[in-house]
Design a protein around this ligand. Sequence first.
Ligand code: NAD
Length: 362
Amino acid sequence: MSNLLVTGGAGFIGTNFIRFWRSRHPDDYIVNLDALTYAGHRENLSDLEGDPRYEFVHGNIGSYDLVYGIMKVCKIDTVVNFAAETHVDRSLAGPDAERLFYETNLMGTLTLLRAAREAGVPRFHQISTDEVFGDLPLDRPDLKFHEGYPYSPNSPYAISKATADFAVRGFFRTHGLPGITTSNCTNNYGRYQTPEKLIPRAIALLNAGQKVKLYTDEHGVPGKNVRDWLHVEDHCGAIEAILLRGKIGETYCIGGESELSNYQLVERMLAIMSEITGKSLSMEANVELVADRPGHDLRYAMDISNIRRELGWQPKHTFESGFRSTVEWYTSPEGRLWLEGVSGNTEQVREGQNRTLPQQRK
Ligand SMILES: NC(=O)c1ccc[n+]([C@@H]2O[C@H](COP(=O)([O-])OP(=O)(O)OC[C@H]3O[C@@H](n4cnc5c(N)ncnc54)[C@H](O)[C@@H]3O)[C@@H](O)[C@H]2O)c1
């Protein structure tokens, strides 16, 4: 039996992770610490509220006293750090935005590490991204990121995550505690993703009868950027494998082996939505081409042979079935209601208001 502190558990992957972990480890106790920024939705897990093995705490990972208090009072033995500012476009919005990314992603992670060490928490897993590696050329399909690939982050988001990875590694090297692991994962898709990200945003626009926006390069080529897509439940499975069998001090690369250009992804989405709705949707009629964002990474792709060999993990979902069920959910009454409910939630709420610690664990 374990007592987990999951940070950022009201966000996309954190929500899915808490559901995944509870289904596989029903006796474990989970504290979900989340600042409820525009990207955090407590109601994602409202069915768990009142359960003695689940506690939601509204607060900031950068508040030392709060996180140390949770770790002590709840006898936390494992921290899984999802909490982050995650949207690349937002990180490009100027110095205030950049500061927020570093405060949360780097300084917040360091605060968690310090608190974990002081509170004697033995295990800490840092959730990171493939974006720390920079990007790959479009014309070299043989090249992929892997655990030994050099870091070369481009956006403020990627730089803040890369520096956090270094901080986690260096903290362990210096202090030896908590026992850390890190994972760098490719793009996730699935339920509960905030609709500023490509897939839910595109579906929300189509649900509302509007056009999908697709970035176009300076030569007018639309959606050429390639991403390696992984179903969020497979990401959760990989994190579980690392928590249960991963080697302390190691980094694991996670990916879906499903490379698609954004153009191909939107094309597939339109085809599935045409089938679901009975309306004929096409790239010509339902897509609006917009100017590219600065420094847009070209291609991400991951070599997952290490985690496959060492931990026996590999994706269970095929892109075809996983993506179809994802599109089906966002177009279902439940998914549409969820999208509508979170769409207006753009205000940044920084500090937690409910900073009360959970009841002492026996
Ligand atoms: N989404 C992806 O495709 C992807 C891929 C690889 C890695 N990641 C990493 O996975 C993690 C989760 O990503 P996501 O897509 O679920 O993000 P998300 O934006 O959906 O959720 C982030 C959550 O963190 C919370 N949060 C933000 N600042 C906080 C703070 N200071 N204290 C406490 N909580 C705070 C937010 O309220 C939100 O609930 C991030 O670390 C991200 O870098 C994401």
